[in-house]
Design a protein around this ligand. Sequence first.
Ligand code: G6P
Ligand code: MG
Length: 220
Amino acid sequence: KKIGVIFDLDGVIVDTAKYHYLAWKDLADHLGFEFTEAHNEQLKGVSRVRSLEILLDIGKVHLSEEKKQEYLLSKNEHYLEYIYKMGPDEILPGASELLDMLDELGFHYVLGSASKNAPLILKQVKLFSRFAGIVDGNSVSKAKPDPEVFLIGAEKLNLKPEHCVVFEDAIAGIEAANRANMISVGIGDKDVLHEADFNFKNLTEIPNDFFTRKVSEKIL
Ligand code: G6P
Ligand code: MG
């Protein structure tokens, strides 16, 4: 059976949440309220614009549309300072090995991320050229949990959604994969990602026969 894989980026391939946190926290400091790492959990998998709205809700701050645009820009510039310092040593454990496994099986994979910075991040960690395609925040009109990002991914893979496996660390991403009729794999806390078809703590836990047995059994 032909199987294709769609990877979320942040929290699955690399841990950029900490950099988003530092950049958002800086903005919260500037606006005069506290923004904790627990707050930051709410921003995972969420689009940039939506992230700002959530942040402003937390601080109970109201801003003009113009100010919002200005802060979106400055936050991203600050975030990019961290991204430009990233290298292949920041690839999360198990990710490179998983891509190797897929290469050996001859299964293609694409990226399905909400981030507009996804191509840059993949280049920084030297994984860009390994992906058969990139679907990122620039190519979608509807954010996760809308399935759009993954459905475009399936088109790039030339596969039916039922033959695609999605790796995700965010609740919204698992929901998007399920709505797309794909096989969803939750990476992280299985109590949080309980709607996923499969759960693993991290990518090092994926067994060698995961695609040839577990996933194949699910595809009729
Ligand atoms: C990913 C991250 C989110 C982030 C979003 C947009 O989904 O998990 O935390 O807000 O991408 O990222 P961007 O790089 O475009 O600001
Ligand atoms: Mg993610």
